[in-house]
Write a protein that binds this ligand. Sequence first.
Ligand code: ASP
Length: 443
Amino acid sequence: MTTSSSMSLTTRIMIGMLAGITVGWLFKALFNDSGDFLLNLGFFELSFKNFFVDGLFHIGGQVFVASLKMLVVPLVFISLVCGTCSLSDPSKLGRLGGKSIALYLLTTAIAITIAMTLALIISPGEGINMPTTSSFDAKQAPTLVDVIINMFPTNPIEAMASGNMLQVIVFALLFGIAMALSGESGKRLAAVFDDLNTVILKLVTILMNLAPYGVFCLMAKLFSYIEIALIKKLIFYFFTVVAALFIHALVVYPTLLKSLSGLNPKMFLSKMKDAALFAFSTSSSSATMPVTLETATKKLGANNKVASFTVPLGATINMDGTAIMQGVATVFIAQVFAVDLSFSDYLMVILTATLASVGTAGVPGVGLIMLAMVLNQVGLPVEGIAIIMGVDRLLDMTRTAVNVTGDCMVTCVVAKSEGELNEQVFNDKHAADAIEDIHFDKK
Ligand code: ASP
């Protein structure tokens, strides 16, 4: 046994994260804001903060996230083609799509309703009078018609190059169906895709093994810049969002999972740790997708046929955590600007936020852009976003963890309902522990 294998991957990532946060805070506390703590060696001057934070940590963190993102398009395309062409019954595809989209929309609508209710009870924006110092450019919400038309790529290579996941999903589905209908040629190609899938999953595993270092760098950089003082000013807003996120992850998901599939929610949550930690540290459900897929198939026991469809779809259209932030933020901004929202305004917020989450990429900070659309819709000042922007980074991390948990919950429910969930794997506490260790020294 090597040292790395004596500790679980989750523990190692956790240690990387805590060490990163501590180092980041130390840098922030010890060095002045401009980062000019110079070590003068006479012949050589070294700025500590520049060297470590903007140098080493920045490079380490960005390389880690880029490597994860690098896998997303090939992984989604290959595993979705494998999944689709192995579906024996083509009508299953329609059912899968219908069920997952309905569940994704339902969970998002529940999320935003909880968030607004909590915000109305706590009233985080009452008595806050904040002049806005910066402005925010609002974008128009895409219409449903545009979203549907834009799902079909005119050029699949361009869709892959620009990382347009909905288009990649549609192309992979069509390609997989055609392969299934192509007899011998399709079978030969399917074998190649199966091999490609094995190789790309190995790459995911290698990256997961390097994650503790990547996470350390991301956290150290982030926390050496984060302004905790800003959180103090917006403490009620901050904690209303966090409370709603926790309620959704620890009450709503377990309840839905139990009632819709009969699966054990405790087991589910304990298996979500790695994916949630990845999401937390990268703030991107899209970059986390390789890990989410691995969790859904190898730890939760969902068949790749289902997971290869529901996970990428969820990472693209399902953002419950984001919807929660939007719900709280809408009520908060209305309170700060003393605007009375009517009941139909609230319904409009639920509808817009739910639809706006479809077709928006899972990348850091995108939630704020979507929030601008929601505010526009009910006539609230979009400048309100400038008030909450300062604390959004930390909230983004937390809500992304909820976003990926939601993707896996829906995957489990859909897989179970289709008879495509291996309950033995789901109920095995140590399922997929073995995939966590790659010994780089072995041939
Ligand atoms: N960072 C989130 C995600 O990738 C999106 C957001 O809320 O900004 O899921």
